[in-house]
Design a protein around this ligand. Sequence first.
Ligand SMILES: NC(=O)c1ccc[n+]([C@@H]2O[C@H](COP(=O)([O-])OP(=O)(O)OC[C@H]3O[C@@H](n4cnc5c(N)ncnc54)[C@H](OP(=O)(O)O)[C@@H]3O)[C@@H](O)[C@H]2O)c1
Length: 184
Amino acid sequence: MSKIVLITGASRGFGRLAAEALARAGHTVYASMRNTASRNAAEVDKIKAFSKANGVDLRAVDLDVQSQGSVDTAIAKVIAEAGRIDVVMHNAGHMAFGPVEAFSPEQFAELYDINVVSAQRVNRAVLPPLDGNHSVDDGGGLTVRSIRDPFDRANEQVAPFQGAEIESGHFVFGGGVGRIRVRP
Ligand SMILES: NC(=O)c1ccc[n+]([C@@H]2O[C@H](COP(=O)([O-])OP(=O)(O)OC[C@H]3O[C@@H](n4cnc5c(N)ncnc54)[C@H](OP(=O)(O)O)[C@@H]3O)[C@@H](O)[C@H]2O)c1
């Protein structure tokens, strides 16, 4: 059955690839991104062109995950247009490389904000309507993060200088959240 999917940080990278793949699979996909009227305006045009060329339902919507006002406006727009949201992919985020001691507290806080707090901003806007319309099996969320599992020796192979980014990702995972490992 076709789903209404919202993806954050879909101007490029994994978010954009997932948006195009899910639209090709027959879902209505909101490729959300910040700065749709300025820096990412060309990406909005490409999304319209992709949608038309492939006969799929891929739409751009302005959403800056670091602004609750922007998140609330975007979610209200999607629900007004599509009637519901079935699946959210928390993808917007930053990779950061460097020795952990080289990060200033301000840089660490910025990383934590984009990789952790931003997902909470989106959840606060999305979950009430999503919970009201669906069973657990019917909708859901996916967070794209690098994680290091302390009980998994295989993950000791995580690249050096990725500590700050990975530690910020740890906090996204709480009780009742399943993990699916994707490996190259
Ligand atoms: N690449 C990897 O190897 C890897 C591995 C594990 C996990 N991840 C995680 O997977 C996700 C995607 O990675 P990627 O490699 O595809 O990254 P990417 O190419 O750098 O893309 C990041 C995306 O996040 C968006 N973004 C950043 N700040 C935002 C904000 N405040 N509001 C809305 N969107 C924002 C960017 O939008 P703009 O164009 O506006 O900047 C961009 O679309 C990230 O969360 C990353 O941490 C990546």
